[in-house]
Design a protein around this ligand. Structure first.
Ligand SMILES: [Mg+2]
Length: 118
């Protein structure tokens, strides 16, 4: 369960709060100032916020269009320990029809997720 207090202001759970569900966080343009690829300036305060969430038991998955190896390298370089790293999927295969509805999968921009967090 992700405690409401651990979530950024204004973001509420839409699904059952009993299930432990990871938060997927993009890298380029979200944790850096360059949305079109690697090499941007890292938003250190956002990385620190993720470390804090991990310390509190929140499962964080870094994912990137740059692929799994890139996500792992970014996590290692930033000292993000205990996070899972994957490339962005080209396809999701799942029998759960609920996650196919855009109303069931909450997607927010970095400005909303990280606001008032630093
Ligand atoms: Mg991006």
């Amino acid at each position: 369960m992700i405690a409401r207090a651990a979530l950024p202001p204004g973001i509420t759970r839409r699904r059952s709060p009993r299930r432990r569900e990871p938060i997927f966080v993009d890298i380029d343009g979200t944790l850096t100032n360059r949305p079109d690829g690697p090499g941007g300036v890292v938003y250190v305060e956002r990385v620190e916020r993720l470390k804090h969430l991990v310390e509190r038991g929140i499962e964080i998955v870094l994912w990137s269009g740059g692929g799994t190896a890139y996500a792992r390298e970014f996590a290692a370089a930033q000292g993000l320990v205990g996070v899972m790293c994957v490339g962005k999927p080209c396809l999701i295969v799942d029998d759960n029809r609920r996650i196919r509805s855009p109303r069931k999968l909450l997607i927010v921009g970095p400005h909303r997720f990280f606001r008032d967090q630093t």
